[in-house]
Write a protein that binds this ligand. Structure first.
Ligand code: ADP
Length: 454
């Protein structure tokens, strides 16, 4: 699959998932807010009805007649209630008196039932379609055929007279229309719905932007990987092509003299060795960059390391007519590390310093320390590195002068390996360089205290 399409698809998927997850979180919190608002409105409503019912109940109970259906007495007590089966007075002053302070008093209705559940009286503003039979459940939500809803509270009325042979006189019902409540709930739903849609739009846009940001390092890493594969293939191809050409010449030119053949063998050996070195370096770099492998460490004495390497490179330096010197303190400096990797790190730096220093120059190796740090410095008076090239030289296969570097046997991986080793040892690698003046590479490693001799 086209890699750009793959990245685009991943970006879309990432943005989609982000939108889905954020949308889920938003809808959950929106729903929680919605529920709490609606519930508190409902509770306020129920409390209001209950308190009206309470005051009505308390004022009615002492005045209740003995009989369950004394139409005449009831009319006297509640002149503004309509009695079942009789004409109605349309001014509900009774409910108004008991709902002082409530903004819309006409929305409440009152009904009286006898203990058998027969409707005795009702306020004239009650909806005509309300069921005439008693449902004695304390709270009821009634939905009429036209869709209008009512919340109704039922409480038992006890007669003050001892003449009744049953415990209750009847029932008092207070109800109110839920039109205002439903309208308010609708309004909240709309506000939340519109806000959710806007928020989701913003989340989707920011998700797209964020997924773009998240993809950038992956895309860069992918491109670097591609570049690395291309570079590695190129580096492997050159010695391989030269090796094959030499072998083919030997095979197809049987007339070549023994002397000629003997001369070609070192070329084959050199190219083979170059290939083998390159592959070894690539494998080392791969293992260094794979953090999954634990680093087996032990205390390493840097004084010994510097002395050994100075001795090892002396011959090379003499051959290149470069003075190689080292400055090592008397105090033994230890770091926790992988000894052969540390040797590889410093030898890469020394090899470069000798290689890129013209004859007559000098390379100084020094070991310095502070309480917590050990500093290995490799300083040369060589060709130096231009400031604009300094940030690239630690990249794999980067060479300032490819031809020169190849001729000296460099793979272009030396500094990349050095940097990877330093990072594995929790250290840092610094470069100071000036063109034609020389370079100073400083390896900074965490120092450990150790009293044993190196
Ligand atoms: P190589 O194997 O080509 O030496 P390195 O990764 O070791 O690869 O170095 C990368 C490049 O950095 C080299 O090609 C060289 O141009 C430059 N370089 C490294 N060390 C020095 C130095 N001490 N002085 C000048 N240039 C250097």
């Amino acid at each position: 699959m086209n890699i750009h399409r793959l990245f685009r698809r991943s970006r879309i998927q990432l943005a989609l998932w982000f939108t889905v997850v954020m949308g889920g979180i938003l809808s959950l919190s929106g729903f929680a807010v919605y529920r709490s608002i609606v519930q508190s409105n409902w509770n306020a409503l129920a409390q209001e009805i209950e308190s009206i019912a309470g005051t009505l109940h308390d004022s009615l109970e002492p005045t209740l007649p003995v009989s369950g259906n004394p139409a005449f007495v009831l009319q006297q007590i509640f002149p503004d209630l309509c009695l079942s089966g009789q004409a109605c007075n349309l001014s509900p002053t009774l409910i108004q008196r008991h709902t002082t302070g409530i903004s819309d008093r006409n929305i409440y209705y009152i009904r009286l039932f006898n203990y058998q559940g027969k409707l005795l009286a009702f306020s004239p503003n009650q909806a005509a379609q309300l069921p005439k039979t008693l449902n004695s459940a304390a709270w009821q939500t009634i939905t009429l055929v036209d869709g209008s809803r009512y919340l109704q509270f039922t409480t038992i009325l006890h007669s003050s007279s001892a003449e009744t042979n049953h415990s209750s006189w009847g029932y008092l019902q207070i109800g109110r229309s839920l039109v205002a409540f439903d309208a308010e709930t609708n309004r909240i739903q709309w506000i939340l719905g519109v806000s959710f849609a806007i928020a989701l739009g913003i989340v989707a846009t920011s998700g797209w932007w964020l997924s773009g940001l998240a993809m950038q390092p992956i895309y860069r890493a992918y491109q670097q990987q591609q570049q690395f594969i291309a570079n590695a293939s190129h580096e492997l191809r050159s010695p391989l092509a030269s090796l094959l050409a030499t072998v083919e010449a030997l095979i197809h030119l049987p007339s070549l003299s023994q002397d000629h053949t003997q001369k070609m063998l070192p070329t084959i050996e050199r190219q083979g060795r170059r290939l083998s070195d390159l592959i070894k370096d690539l494998l080392l770099l791969a293992s260094l960059e794979q953090d999954s492998l634990p680093l087996v460490t032990k205390p390493c004495c840097l004084n010994d390391l510097i002395n050994d390497l100075t001795e090892e490179f002396l011959e090379l330096a003499i051959a290149a007519d470069v003075r190689l010197d080292s400055q090592v303190p008397l105090l033994e400096i230890y770091v926790l590390g992988h000894e052969s990797q540390l040797y590889r790190l410093v030898s890469n730096l020394i090899a470069n310093a000798v290689q890129y220093t013209p004859s007559g120059g000098e390379v100084i190796l020094s070991l310095e320390f502070s309480d917590r740090l050990a500093l290995i410095k490799v300083k040369d008076t060589g060709i130096g590195i231009l400031p604009e090239q300094q940030k690239y030289i630690f990249e794999r296969f980067y060479r300032v002068d490819s031809d020169r570097s190849r001729k000296t046997g460099g793979t272009g991986l030396g500094l990349a390996i050095a940097r990877a080793i330093v990072h594995q040892h929790q250290g840092q690698l610094f470069l100071q360089s000036e063109s034609d003046q020389g370079s100073l590479f400083t390896v900074q490693l965490p120092r450990i205290q150790r009293s044993l001799k190196c």
